[in-house]
Ligand binder design. Sequence first.
Ligand SMILES: [Zn+2]
Length: 268
Amino acid sequence: MRALCVTVDLDRDVNIMVPGSVAAGSIDRGNGTDPRFSSSEKGLLLLVDLFDEIAVKATFFAEAATLRRIDAGMLSGYEVGVHGADHEDITAIEGADNKRAILERAVDTVKDAVGKAPECFRAPYMKTDEETLDILPELGIRIDSSRYVGMSRSLMPERLSNGVWEIPVPESRDAGGKKISAFLWPMHESKRRPEDYLEMASAMDEGAFVLATHTWHIVESRERGLMSPGEIESNIFNVRKVLEGIMDMGMTALTLTDVRKAAETQSR
Ligand SMILES: [Zn+2]
C-alpha cells in the first residue's frame, strides 16, 4: 500500500483557546473572540471543488458546531470524522465521563449531518491522551489521527491494544534541518513551498502519507487576516501542486477508512 490520505479539519475560523472557556474562539480581529465560521465554509467550498476536479478522496474532521453552521451537503461523498463539539482541548476536560459526553455529542452531530456514523477522530489542536483514546471504541470510532510520527520509509498504520488504528501525521526535518510536518499551514502562511511537502512524501515507500490542513486556512491567514482573491488562488494552486505531485509519485488518494481496511486485510 502507498496511500495519500488528504485530511482536512473543518473547524471554526482561526481557532484559538479562550482562557476560562471550554469552547474555542476565533482569533480577535478587533471584534472579540466569538467563533466565526465564514472562512471555514468558503475554504470548504474551494477544497471540495479541487478534490472533485482531481479525484481526491479526502477525509474531513468536522467540529460539531461548525458542521451545524455550514451546508453539510458539500461533504456528500467524502468521509467525515469527528473533531470535537466546540473545538475543545480534550486533555483539559477532567474525567472520562465528561470527555465521553462531549465526544458523544460530536459523534451524534456528524451522524445527523451526514447520515453516517463517523469512524475517525482527530483531537482539536492534535492534543489527546490515553483516557480519550480508551473512550473511542465505545463511540464507534476505529481510527485515530491525533498524533505525529517520525517520517520513515514505512508508514504503516498501527493497531493499538484497544483495537483503534492509529494513522498519524508524519513529521520530519527538511534539508536545512528545520522541522516540517505534513500539516500544510506553513504553506498557507507563505512559509513553505509545495516542493517541501513533495520532498517529504518522496521518502515514503509504503504505508499512508497523511497530509493535513484546515478549511479556513485556504482563505484566511492567521497572521495576515483575510486573503485577497489573488492570494486565495495561489493558495489553492499550491495545494493542487502538492496533491498532484504526490499522486504522480504513484500514491493513491484514499480515505482513512480505506487505509484501515487495507491494513486489516494485510494483517490477517
Ligand atoms: Zn482544529
